[in-house]
Design a protein around this ligand. Structure first.
Ligand code: FAD
Length: 397
């Protein structure tokens, strides 16, 4: 039996573990937390991420948990349109999902063939005679090790020591306001949309319909605020006060949403990225080797909303590469194929995201005018829609 150890039970690790198990691998999933769980926020799945999930055989549940995202355009804080809303072709429509719903779908996809071990913090890889990862107490041997342990990956230090995680210079706050607390807005002013200011950004989207039984089982309104600077050390209630002040005069319904948010809803996160990107996503060792996947391979700012989508692309690509590969020369070749397919793709997305970071962090009056002009000209290649990225990727056969 071919054996794999997947390190990290985030979105990427769950997708990879399920994909390998469904292809006949015996999989052990190691997670440092005491249980496998998602945070109570949401994310946007662009068509490339949706295609990857379908290629992984997880498409069936998506319709039940995803709410299509309308193109609501992009405004400045004074309400001026930087990018007008446009009709989206159906195949380009992204969906917004509650992370807990997505997580449940990924866990269901593990079936009963994955051995999940929680409370295990992997410290590194033991290349020895037979490949293994270790937590300093026990060694977990496998033909294939999938490092899905996020931006601070302990395994990446072995595969790509040149790559380190650094701050992107901004902080994000997210929340889902459950429907019973969400503001009631006029029909001509529905929830949703993106507003871009000097060093600040606010994006909101609806998770399902108020009072409907369809859509997300954890419905409400999802919002993400981004601000230049380091995370705030103050308690969540004070952070919420800051957000209400920073975004006070922004177009509706920004202030309504922040007013309806409670401190416990708030998830603050420093935005970080890998610099440089790893030189390799695969390291052949023994009868197989180690591969990097998800944020462990290409953590990037969330400005294009592509991190999880790329993790699903990674998992679908890995599944296709190793599906028939026997441990030994074939498996080593298969992980090199994975490396060749994934590195250029991740590099392209990181490049696009960095351009967006530069746009977002522009400050000063003249610079802002240049930014606004640039935004008008760049869309739709860069802004929000990530349409190019979505169009470019197809799952390997
Ligand atoms: C504000 C914000 C908004 C975003 N919005 C979107 C969006 O709309 N669409 C989108 O596609 N992406 C989005 N992303 C990106 C997305 O959240 C990430 O890319 C994705 O969650 C990465 O998943 P992962 O499984 O690779 O890593 P992680 O989620 O970091 O999971 C890593 C797992 O490994 C475990 N772990 C870590 N170290 C060890 C160890 N040594 N041993 C064992 N276990 C370990 C961790 O506990 C964790 O469970 C957003 C990100 C942010 C910050």
């Amino acid at each position: 039996m071919r054996t794999a150890v997947v390190v990290g039970a985030g979105i990427g690790g769950l997708a990879a573990a399920g994909a390998l198990a469904r292809s006949g691998w015996q999989v052990t999933l190691l997670e440092r937390a005491d249980r496998v769980r998602a945070d109570r926020t949401a994310l946007v799945l662009w068509p490339n991420g949706l295609r990857a999930l379908r290629a992984l055989g997880l498409g069936d549940g998506l319709d039940a948990i995803g709410t299509p995202l309308r193109d609501t355009g992009v405004r400045r804080p004074d309400g001026h349109w930087l990018v007008q809303p446009r009709a989206r072709a159906a195949h380009r429509a992204p969906v917004v999902v509650h992370r807990e719903d997505l997580h449940d779908a990924l866990v269901a996809g593990l079936g009963d063939r994955v051995d999940i071990r929680t409370g295990v913090t992997v410290r590194g890889v033991e290349p020895g005679g037979r490949l293994a990862v270790t937590d300093g107490i026990q060694a977990y041997e496998a033909d294939l090790v999938v490092a899905a342990d996020g931006p601070d990956s302990a395994v990446r230090a072995r595969v790509a020591p040149e790559s380190t995680v650094v701050s992107s210079g901004c902080t994000a706050w997210r929340a889902v306001i459950p429907w019973y607390r969400a503001p009631r807005l006029p029909a001509d002013r529905p929830v949703g949309g993106e507003t871009l200011g000097a060093g600040y950004r606010f994006v909101a989207a609806s998770l399902g319909e108020r009072g409907s039984s369809g859509g997300s089982t954890r419905g409400g309104v999802y919002w993400v605020a981004t601000a230049a600077g380091a995370p705030r050390p103050e308690p969540p209630a004070t952070q919420l006060d800051f957000l209400r002040r920073w975004f006070a005069d922004w177009p509706a319904p920004t202030a309504d949403l922040l007013a309806a948010t409670e401190p416990d809803d708030l998830v603050q996160q420093e935005v970080r990225e890998l610099r440089p990107l790893p030189k390799a996503y695969a390291l052949p060792i023994g009868r197989g080797g180690v591969v990097l996947l998800g944020d462990a391979a290409h953590a990037m700012p969330h400005h294009l909303g592509q991190g999880a989508c790329l993790a699903f692309e990674d998992a679908a690509t890995l599944q296709a590469a190793v599906r028939e590969a026997a441990p030994g020369r074939a498996l080593r070749a298969a992980i090199e194929t994975y490396d060749r397919q994934r590195r250029p793709r991740a590099a392209t997305m990181v490049r696009q995201t960095r351009r967006m970071s530069a746009v977002l962090q522009t400050r000063g009056r003249l610079a802002l005018r240049a930014r606004d002009a640039a935004l008008g000209a760049i869309n739709p290649r860069l802004l929000g829609s990530a349409a190019t990225a979505a169009a470019q990727w197809r799952p390997p056969s």
